[in-house]
Design a binder for this molecule. Structure first.
Ligand code: A4P
Ligand code: MG
Length: 172
């Protein structure tokens, strides 16, 4: 049995948030989706459209972001998936200096099945996903009924947030 079908049969699904606002943001996000799809430990199940989004937080004057979400099946444990995502970020030249500062690529695990984790390296569901339009708008395209822990369903969280400054920028 191939790793791909084994990942699918295992039925472990993770929802990812992708973001970039440096060096061709839409190209960075599209490339990251391709790299995920080509990873032997990942089956790409669904992807949202790409959205151009106004920066939230961080230093003033940073460029607009491109954001998208994806659903994957994977046999990887949560921390191993985080390591894979951080390796992809590094390959895109990600530098961490300013919190919420501009970045070539940010890959977050928004949720992984119904798991709850609260470790220094990984919090699941992502602690800010429920309050961010740049996450919820693309996530609602692929997982409207997904529960973000005690915060409730994506579609209900979306109804509570400001989605101005978020517009589709093309098909992923
Ligand atoms: N970490 C803990 N939980 C997770 C998780 N569920 N997924 C840890 C991924 N990482 C998680 O992340 C810092 C550390 O969080 C990691 O080392 C990991 O161990 P980071 O990627 O180095 O930095 P970050 O993404 O800037 O941090 P943070 O606090 O997760 O940022 P947010 O809350 O994700 O916000 N505006 C727009 N329009 N679009 C954006 O994409 N992104 C941010 C980042 C701010 N403003 C934005 C956007
Ligand atoms: Mg991040």
């Amino acid at each position: 049995m191939s790793q791909r079908s084994s990942a699918e049969l295992r039925g472990q699904v993770a929802w990812l948030g992708l973001g970039s606002n440096l060096d061709d943001p839409a190209g960075q996000v599209r490339a990251a989706l391709d790299e995920l799809a080509n990873s032997p430990d990942v089956v790409l199940l669904a992807q949202s459209r790409l959205f151009e989004t106004t920066p939230v937080g961080g230093p003033p004057g940073q460029p607009m972001y491109c954001n998208a979400c994806a659903a994957i099946a994977t046999p990887l444990a949560p921390l191993a998936l985080l390591e894979l995502l951080q390796a992809i970020e590094r390959a895109h030249g990600r530098v961490r200096d300013v919190r919420w500062g501009p970045r070539t690529l940010d890959l977050d695990i928004l949720a992984m099945d119904a798991r709850q984790m609260n470790e220094p390296r990984l919090v699941l569901p992502h602690p800010r996903a429920h309050e961010r339009g740049f996450v919820l708008v693309p996530l609602a395209e692929i997982a409207p009924a997904l529960a973000l822990g005690h915060r409730g369903r994506v579609i209900d969280c979306l109804a509570e947030v400001d989605t101005s400054g978020i517009k589709p920028c093309g098909l992923a």
